[in-house]
Design a protein around this ligand. Structure first.
Ligand SMILES: Nc1nc2c(c(=O)[nH]1)N[C@H]1C(S)=C(S)[C@@H](COP(=O)(O)OP(=O)(O)OC[C@H]3O[C@@H](n4cnc5c(N)ncnc54)[C@H](O)[C@@H]3O)O[C@H]1N2
Ligand code: MOO
Length: 398
């Protein structure tokens, strides 16, 4: 990674997004398993919402006319029963919420708004409005209208809409296959004992959890030993995955051979090095059809860069139309400094419309606690050297 190849933050965003050019194959899944899956086709309305004129309240249904006062109750209609129109003058139906309103009634008055009523008759108040509490067939959506577009990542609210249509199976994009592994002889997995001279693998676990938070399942594929041949073999066995996520071994150290091992497997880098802090050594590219996202080893840098570059890329690759994070607008609470001439990724807490920078922005990318004690990220411009109190800023909330 030489400085001459370092790209700007915007260029890295553009290049990483460009890596997602294809869409996964389709498959059908039960609506019970569709949460978090991405629609592979548009869903159109097959059943009007609502499907028939119905009562929004428990009460009495009648044909509105000016001056109506006393009405006789003809019959009772419960939700689920269908009553043919049968009202004579000065008659009404007793009707329950959701029940189909016969075509000879157009207004519903709830029980409690009647001046009086008993089992046979009701007395209307004079200020009844025509069409009151009548839910009209198709008033929410009509047959043929578009309900959900291709590329929608299904939420529980979307599932409600699918359920309203009696849809039992949906066509979605197949889930991406993602492998996550770490590099470094100093790393131990949680089931191993780490001596004073060894450390636990943080990145594989935090990145897998980050991906899961955004709906992606990743397989933990262990720690690649610090040895070029071993690493080369390792990558050669991973070519069936859609995406490989690595951390560590991408800066200038003697054991930083990730790129070399990938190159031996036909890797082509889109970029290696971004003019940002933390995350300068971040690298992304393709090894055949497999996308490779290599994060720096420092845990804070690995997490923040995966959040910013990898999550949007995975969402796009999964076929999702909305793949970029939406910024939130906040006021900066305490003034702080950043280094100009590069983009700074600054951690902090978003609370009640204000951004509170973590530790006056004095922390290192090898730390973990700034991550734990933050819920938001601010991205500086290369020209900026400080942020004043109450300055308006756009942040991304984790
Ligand atoms: N001469 C230079 N040295 C460094 C530069 C540079 O530009 N010139 N960049 C620095 C920056 S910035 C970063 S970030 C690091 C990243 O380097 P690597 O990606 O090669 O990461 P490693 O050297 O393998 O590890 C760095 C650090 O992180 C620890 N680590 C690695 N993996 C894990 C893990 N899975 N869990 C927990 N901790 C991990 C590792 O032990 C090291 O302490 O390079 C700077 N150097
Ligand atoms: O850029 Mo490194 O990721 O600062 O620690």
């Amino acid at each position: 990674m030489g400085n001459e190849h370092v790209v700007s933050f915007d260029e890295a965003m553009r290049l990483s997004e460009n890596l997602a050019r294809t869409k996964p194959h389709h498959e059908w899944v039960s609506v019970f398993e569709a949460l978090g899956r991405t629609l592979a086709c548009e869903i159109t309305c097959k059943k009007n919402l609502p499907s028939y004129n119905n009562a929004a309240l428990d009460g009495f249904a009648f044909k509105y006319q000016e001056g109506l006062s006393e009405l006789a109750i003809k019959t009772t209609i419960l939700a689920g029963s269908v009553v043919e129109p049968c009202l004579s003058t000065n008659e009404c139906y007793k009707i329950m919420t959701g029940a189909k309103v016969p075509s000879d009634a157009d207004t519903i008055i709830p029980f409690e708004d009647c001046l009086s009523y008993d089992d046979r008759n009701i007395v209307l108040s004079p200020n009844v409005k025509k069409g009151n509490a009548l839910r009209l067939k198709g008033e929410e959506e009509r047959v043929g209208a578009s309900l959900l577009s291709e590329g929608t990542c299904l939420t529980s609210r979307d599932i409600a809409l699918l359920a309203s249509q009696g849809i039992s199976m949906v066509e979605v994009y197949k889930k991406l296959s993602i492998a996550v592994f770490s590099t470094g002889d100093e790393l131990k997995s949680p089931w191993e004992n780490a001596t004073e001279d060894e450390i636990y693998d943080i990145n594989a676990l935090s990145l897998i959890a980050l991906l899961a938070e955004h709906g992606f399942v990743a397989h933990y594929c262990g720690v690649i030993p610090d040895h070029l041949d071993a690493a080369t073999d390792y990558f050669a066995r991973m070519k069936q995955y859609d995406v490989l996520v690595t951390s560590g071994g991408v800066s200038r150290g003697e054991a930083d051979f990730v790129e070399r091992a990938l190159l031996k497997n036909g890797f082509e880098a889109s970029f290696h090095g971004i003019n940002i802090k933390p995350g300068k050594p971040t690298m992304m590219g393709k090894m055949g059809k497999t996308i490779v996202a290599s994060m720096p080893g420092n845990p804070l840098a690995a997490y923040v860069n995966a959040f910013l570059f990898l999550i949007p890329l995975l969402k796009k690759l999964q076929g999702q139309k909305k793949f970029n994070f939406e910024p939130m607008y906040a006021q900066n609470a305490e003034p702080f400094k950043v280094k100009s001439g590069r983009v700074n990724l600054v951690l902090g807490t978003y609370l009640d419309g204000k951004f509170h920078v973590f530790g006056a922005n004095k922390y290192g990318s090898g730390m973990v606690k700034p991550l734990v004690q933050s819920n938001a990220l601010w991205i500086s411009d290369e020209s900026i050297g400080s942020v004043g109190e109450n300055a308006p800023i756009a942040i991304f909330v984790f």
